[in-house]
Design a binder for this molecule. Sequence first.
Ligand SMILES: NC(=O)c1ccc[n+]([C@@H]2O[C@H](COP(=O)([O-])OP(=O)(O)OC[C@H]3O[C@@H](n4cnc5c(N)ncnc54)[C@H](OP(=O)(O)O)[C@@H]3O)[C@@H](O)[C@H]2O)c1
Length: 274
Amino acid sequence: MTASPAPIPSGASTSASDPSAGTAALTAVVTGASSGIGWATAQRLVTEGWRVLAVARREDRLEQLAAETGCEVLAVDVTSDDSVDALVRRVGELFDGTLNAVVHVAGGALGVETAADADLGKWQRMYEINVLGAVRVTRALLPAVRASGRGDLLFVTSIAAQEAYPGGSGYNAAKAGEHMLAAALRLELNGEPIRVIEVAPGMVRTEEFSLVRLGDQDAADKVYDGVENPLTAQDCADVISYALGAPHHVNLDLITVRPLAQAAAHRVARHQGV
Ligand SMILES: NC(=O)c1ccc[n+]([C@@H]2O[C@H](COP(=O)([O-])OP(=O)(O)OC[C@H]3O[C@@H](n4cnc5c(N)ncnc54)[C@H](OP(=O)(O)O)[C@@H]3O)[C@@H](O)[C@H]2O)c1
């Protein structure tokens, strides 16, 4: 939650450059907004004039986000049908049942066990959040996105969806699943005014991602050891905002974004000043 770097220069400033957006503020649901990339994205979209409903499980964090940005918030667990039903009702109340964008950020990794030592509980949980959570929210909110006449479904996956690495198989599989969900949706929605956008980041230094994955702060800090400039949550929010703000006929369907120091998931230049 540090200050944002300069935004990517663009012709991509939402309604101003896009006649199809009309004059009303665009509306978005951002999942996973209680920390990291989701928090920065909600913050960024509000700054750009979007009306944002930010969701995650932790209400106290969401209240803090609401106080800082003025966005709407709701405690939602994407793994629960009841919780996602409540989200649909709230979209109905706030935005009259129409929604321009769903930004799926809720997700994460659990553990670094090899496949030989796979912890199936962790695999299951990763699948539930990253894949089933994303499709549950998509299925529930698609009618509102359709009703908007100008929709976007944006999925934050990972380079882990593209490149396997030792100790990554559970997360690789979950994020590859989310990638395929996005790819199939793009085919199924072809012909409708709904873009399906995938943003696949590499190493992003957020407060919680590696802590949640590894369970202790020292181990989490080691992930970024010697990397002077990993991506930040704000870098990802810049990319998301650029993709959402492009004229609506321009579909940046898969954006892979890494820090300069990272050539592949498992190839990172450390202590080399980049
Ligand atoms: N950091 C990286 O290096 C990196 C790289 C590539 C991709 N990504 C992906 O980017 C996304 C965000 O990562 P991040 O670094 O910002 O991590 P983060 O700070 O740990 O954020 C994860 C978010 O997901 C929410 N979440 C988790 N389970 C949920 C559930 N059942 N229902 C609703 N919300 C849930 C968390 O909020 P609550 O706990 O409050 O629910 C939190 O807001 C994830 O999908 C991650 O896989 C991260």
